[in-house]
Design a binder for this molecule. Structure first.
Ligand SMILES: [Zn+2]
Ligand SMILES: [Zn+2]
Length: 138
């Protein structure tokens, strides 16, 4: 008999073959260019003020961020370069298997490219040669 294949099954295998690439932690130096998550618009923590604290040995022991956790609260997709929060990171990789930034970019690209596909078709038509007529004078 026929095996019914649901589109969700195909989507699942697709995501298995092409997993969404992990997002990378955004360092504070790069964090200033974004103020909110690109996907859910939740505000990011502001970069620490550049006030020179001379008691550096005092703050040193507390700074031991867990590996894989972004100190700036931002996670960047290396493809589209957008910043996201941890919640959207988890949601994108565990649930929807898509990058909201990449998806919106591809939609914009498709919309921009759509008008260009018209008007290309006329090339190669209009075959007008007079080779069929042969004048014979006797
Ligand atoms: Zn978010
Ligand atoms: Zn992306």
């Amino acid at each position: 008999g026929l095996t019914l294949i649901l589109s969700t099954h195909l989507a699942r295998s697709y995501h298995h073959l092409f997993p969404l690439r992990n997002w990378v932690e955004v360092p504070w130096a790069e964090a200033a260019r974004s103020t909110a998550c690109f996907s859910c618009q939740s505000p990011f923590p502001e970069p620490p003020k550049a006030n020179k604290e001379k008691g550096k040995d005092e703050a040193a022991p507390a700074k031991a961020p867990a590996k894989g956790v972004s100190e700036s609260g931002r996670y960047k997709c290396q493809v589209c370069d957008h910043h996201f929060c941890i919640d959207c990171d988890v949601f994108a990789h565990m649930v929807i298997h898509n990058c909201p930034g990449c998806q919106s970019q591809s939609q914009q690209a498709a919309a921009a490219a759509a008008p260009l596909t018209d008007g290309v078709e006329a090339n190669g038509n209009g075959h007008t040669t007079n080779g069929g007529m042969m004048a014979i004078d006797g």
